[in-house]
Design a binder for this molecule. Structure first.
Ligand code: SF4
Length: 312
């Protein structure tokens, strides 16, 4: 497949993500519950990402609705469970999405972060093309859940400036139980290795300290699953590179309205996080580590026009 083939027509037999479910998204929804049209739940300025990602003026984040994972604890569950029917304030035309992005670029954002883009890559490319036609060339950040197709990532070489994937699980049984995906550990390892092939370990910053080129891997530590986190860190260090920038996240909280079992119904505790931090340090990884208190601050509400109160 060539990048020029990565169009809306490719969604007639969708193989965009590792599910490869083959849905004709012009007629029915696949496992990601997303149609062939773009569906964006929010375009907003965000200042709470890692400092080189947020940059000086905040990053313009474009939150796609729907998702190719089904995390029982999803912190964005208001928008990830289905892209249909679109909520009244969601954006479904390339023109209006580009208008919203352009407005934030005029207010000082210099990068656009596409959040959960895996199942809407052709739509993302059309939005980027529309921005280019308007003479706008922001840095492009690809912020995915790590369950990405190797073939699609290869086609994004030269389009994406900064990869910002999650690496959620080293434990495939946990991935299946909590997120409904198979072979997550191997799939994410291969996907992130491809991102690493494109970007290497260096994070290139501009004079303002903003990331212009590179790769940052995120890992959200889940309560009750320290071994899973340690396994993720070891996979990153051992199978990708110990020099990759890793952002360790402690912001997990059980979203209200979701039925969660076991450790997932509570926040992370101090001992659990300390054990994961100790492994991070032992592996001599570099990057960022959230404070445990971050679980109080990152609680998006996508029913609001300002989903990240205090971070936007
Ligand atoms: S992106 Fe959606 S429709 Fe396409 S293969 Fe993945 S789950 Fe199926």
């Amino acid at each position: 497949m060539h990048r020029n083939d990565l169009t809306i027509s490719a969604l007639e037999h969708c193989q965009l993500c590792p599910h490869g479910c083959g849905a004709n998204r012009h007629q029915r929804l696949g496992l990601c519950r997303s149609p062939h049209t773009p569906v964006v739940a929010s375009v907003c300025r965000h200042t709470g990402e890692e400092p080189p990602v947020s940059g000086v003026g905040g990053i313009c984040n474009v939150f796609f609705a729907g998702c190719n994972m089904r995390c029982t604890y999803c912190q964005n569950h208001q928008i990830s469970r289905s892209a249909l029917p679109p909520q009244p304030h969601w954006l479904t035309s390339v023109g209006t999405i580009a208008d919203s992005i352009e407005a934030l670029l005029q207010q000082g954002c210099t990068a656009v972060g596409f959040v959960s883009p895996t199942h809407q890559v052709p739509q993302m490319l059309i939005i980027i093309e529309e921005l280019h036609q308007r003479g706008l060339h922001p840095r492009v950040v690809y912020n995915s859940n790590g369950y990405d197709s190797l073939q699609i990532l290869r086609l994004l070489e030269g389009v994406v400036d900064v990869y910002l994937p999650d690496f959620k699980y080293s434990d495939n049984r946990l991935a299946r139980r909590c997120s409904g995906v198979l072979r997550y550990a191997q799939t994410a390892t291969e996907a992130i290795a491809e991102m690493y092939r494109q970007k290497g370990a260096s994070l290139v910053l501009n004079e303002q300290g903003e990331a212009e080129f590179g790769l940052i891997v995120r890992h959200l530590v889940l309560p009750g699953h320290v071994a899973n986190s340690i396994g993720v860190l070891r996979r990153i260090a051992g199978r990708i590179s110990p020099r990759v920038h890793v952002s360790l996240m402690a912001q997990y909280y059980p979203p209200s309205g979701l039925v969660l079992r076991g450790g997932l119904s509570r926040q992370l505790n101090e001992q659990e996080y300390a054990a994961v931090v100790a492994e991070y340090n032992a592996l001599q990884l570099r990057g960022w580590m959230q404070d445990l208190s971050s679980a109080q601050h990152y609680r998006p509400d996508f029913e609001s026009t300002v989903p990240f109160d205090g971070c936007c």
